[in-house]
Design a protein around this ligand. Structure first.
Ligand code: NCD
Length: 308
């Protein structure tokens, strides 16, 4: 097993499949009345969050606790980071406290990679800037496999603000490793030139959402990340929704079996309408539940659940 999980590219097909299979076993625990395993008793997991998060932070905390680890939650607000302490000094503090795993979310792309060089424990990237978010890609893959029975050969459209999306990057890497065919869809201003070829050679790019819907098994809608936009990438929210928003009539153009995903948080009415978000085809709530099982599997395997 790998020591750190920093990128979707850290996972070969066997390792990714092992994580997904382990997550399926972990999901069985979530169905029990006592949702706890002793696997990580005596181990310490630190959640180091320098950026806002609801789902991911709570999900990692629940995952570590269900494995009986001691969990320390650190948020930059209210810590010495507010006094200007560097990531390195924070890392050395965590090291001195004996963290076995550090789960880190940071606004700077690459921060988890730096951290991995400074601590002895495992580092899990919980989202770094616009770069990567590998556990989100794993939970997305898990959800697709659970709903559609396979990953190899699936056509997955990843739609919207690809430019700012770490979710899109990690998904392209992981899904292509697992044999799915990804097409990035959005306005040309929000799809970086050459991104597809740079991440995985057979990734497609299309600027017309209506053209890709009839042949998609999965449509993954991305949040328009206004907090990362310092430019106008499209004329107006209305125009964006008209061309790239998923509404009822558009959803009707998908094949019968196709599913609709979104990592959350959603801008309802912008990239997705409430009618679609709350429809039976939507896996949005399942994705959150699956996130806990997948993160349990990641922590368990990285911390040597089966080999240390
Ligand atoms: C995503 C993130 O923070 O990268 N959300 C998540 O982790 N569930 C996507 C987003 O913020 O749009």
């Amino acid at each position: 097993m790998i020591r750190h999980l920093l990128s979707g590219a850290d996972l070969d097909a066997d390792t990714a499949t092992q994580i997904l299979d382990t997550a399926a076993e972990m999901a069985a625990v979530a169905g029990r009345e006592v949702k706890k395993l002793p696997a990580l008793r005596g181990r310490t997991v630190v959640n180091l969050f320098y950026e806002d998060s609801t789902r991911t932070r709570i999900s990692f905390e629940a995952a570590a606790k269900r494995l009986s680890a001691d969990v320390i939650n650190f948020s930059a607000k209210g810590s010495s980071v507010a006094k200007g302490e560097s990531l390195k000094d924070t890392a050395l503090t965590l090291q001195a406290m004996g963290a076995d795993a550090v789960v880190v979310r940071h606004p700077a792309s690459g921060a988890p990679h730096r951290l991995a060089a400074w601590v002895d424990g495992s580092v899990v990237n919980a989202g770094d800037g616009t770069h990567e978010h590998p556990t989100q890609a794993l939970l997305d893959a898990y959800t697709m496999r659970a709903r559609l029975g396979r990953l190899a050969g699936l056509s997955v459209a990843v739609v919207g603000d690809v430019l700012h999306s770490r979710v899109a990057r990690s998904n392209v890497l992981l899904l292509s490793t697992l044999g799915a065919k990804v097409t990035l869809v959005g306005p040309p201003t929000l799809i970086p030139v050459d991104i597809a070829a740079a991440l995985a050679p057979d990734t497609g790019v299309c600027y017309d959402l209506d053209a890709v819907l009839p042949s998609s098994d999965v449509v993954m809608m991305l949040r328009v990340q206004r907090e990362r936009m310092n430019d106008s990438y499209f004329p107006s929210a209305r125009e964006y929704a008209r061309r790239y928003g998923l509404d009822g009539p558009r959803m009707g153009r998908l094949p019968e079996h196709a599913i609709v995903m979104h990592p959350g948080p959603m801008n309802r009415g912008m990239e997705i309408t409430p009618e679609v978000a709350d429809s039976p085809r939507s896996t949005i709530v399942e994705q959150v539940a699956n996130g806990v099982s997948v993160r349990m599997a990641v922590l368990y395997l990285l911390l040597g659940g089966n080999n240390r």
